[in-house]
Design a protein around this ligand. Structure first.
Ligand SMILES: NC(=O)c1ccc[n+]([C@@H]2O[C@H](COP(=O)([O-])OP(=O)(O)OC[C@H]3O[C@@H](n4cnc5c(N)ncnc54)[C@H](OP(=O)(O)O)[C@@H]3O)[C@@H](O)[C@H]2O)c1
Length: 342
């Protein structure tokens, strides 16, 4: 049996779901993978919940639900530093779940770098640090002999990168197309059912699918970030966000919508990887799909990705829970796979 210390950074929707999933799967992980998962530190922006001696996250969860605030706990240490946490228990995995900041990757980038330097593996749901410096983080991980896994930031419960890197190993992926953002797919689905853009957007917001600030979704930034991360991880390219040709769904000409509806086609926002020789091109484009396309039936908040390969033909994955619990499960999957590979 191996004891795995986990430091959770960011206890919002995904972080809390992660604590719950770890708690629920603790015995399962022990039995099937011989991994004894512990969460000795949970960081918010103001301090940390520190319980290095808690045997499992039971104690933490009891206090987290339903109305727990960190500050009420005897384990709460305001201003507690990452440096202290990283050096006070054996290095395991730092699970990074702070908000995605695609401008400079902070605060996650600094935290991840420091954790790697002190021997911690990383799993993250956060696109920000990866969009800003994926190549640098991979290099740092290699130098410090730790692993960085990013399923949570590249489709979460929908396996994208694992399919490309493991299931399609040895093939040449010369093209890939993904519906990678549930909010835009929901809006487009409702528009094809007759709503105008503003009505579909409002509905998505009322249902809690879209954030109040939807620009990252509807202007294609989220899809662009994910397709960038997948491409850089698969091909080892050092492409940047500004290399992705990008469009959103905010101003779809009425005639395109009408024409698609009339011909039984579907409108989708696709993240695309187009490889020609050594050259890799990335784009996010509003695309008109006919019924023969493998992603034609991926509707609502569902996501999907198709890889086109030389020897295995095309392979499509669809589905995956599109919510914090699905993202949390993707983080746990990455932790398990880190130790399987080691
Ligand atoms: N929601 C999903 O379904 C989903 C799915 C896949 C990926 N993701 C990604 O997962 C990440 C988390 O998403 P979320 O929905 O959980 O967001 P959220 O609810 O806003 O949670 C983020 C948490 O990070 C904390 N935080 C901010 N700065 C921090 C710092 N310096 N140190 C420690 N904690 C800090 C915030 O709490 P305080 O400010 O109170 O400290 C907040 O609780 C994002 O990057 C998101 O893009 C989300």
């Amino acid at each position: 049996m191996k004891n795995i210390n986990i430091i959770l950074v960011g206890a919002g929707n995904v972080g809390k779901a992660f604590l719950r999933v770890v708690h629920e799967k603790k015995d399962f992980c022990l039995k099937h993978y011989r991994l004894n998962l512990k969460v000795p530190f949970i960081f918010s922006s103001k301090g940390a919940f520190c319980c290095p001696l808690c045997e499992d996250s039971q104690e933490i969860l009891r206090k987290l639900y339903p109305e727990f605030t960190f500050e009420e706990s005897k384990y709460w240490k305001p201003g507690f530093s990452y440096t202290q946490a990283l050096s006070s228990v054996d290095p395991g995995v730092l699970a990074e779940c702070t908000p995605s900041n695609i401008k400079d990757g902070e605060p996650a980038l600094t935290i991840i770098r420091e954790a790697m330097e002190t021997g911690w593996n990383i799993v993250t749901a956060n696109k920000g640090p990866l969009v800003v410096d994926f190549a640098g983080l991979i290099k740092k991980a290699r130098k410090n002999k730790v692993t960085l896994k990013i399923s949570g930031a590249t489709g979460a419960a929908l396996p994208t990168l694992d399919v490309a890197l493991y299931s399609l190993a040895g093939t040449e992926i010369y093209r890939a197309e993904g519906i990678l953002n549930g909010t835009t797919n929901y809006i487009l689905t409702r528009m094809m059912e007759g709503l105008i853009y503003s009505e579909a957007l409002r509905e998505a917001q009322e249902k809690g699918i879209a954030e109040p600030d939807t620009s990252l979704d509807v202007e294609g930034w989220d899809t662009a970030s994910k397709i960038l991360l997948i491409a850089n991880a698969v091909y080892g390219t050092g492409l940047r966000l500004q290399d992705v040709k990008r469009e959103g769904i905010t101003s779809i000409p009425q005639e395109i919508k009408n024409e698609s509806q009339k011909k039984g086609k579907n409108l989708k926002l696709l993240g695309k990887i187009l490889k020609n020789g050594h050259k890799v091109r990335l784009e996010v484009a509003l695309s008109i799909l006919d019924s023969s396309h493998p992603l034609y039936m991926v509707n609502g908040t569902e996501k999907g990705m198709t890889f086109y390969t030389d020897n295995m033909d095309s392979v499509t994955v669809t589905g995956g829970k599109s919510d914090p619990r699905g993202a949390a499960a993707a983080l746990l999957k990455d932790i398990i796979n880190i130790y399987r590979e080691k």
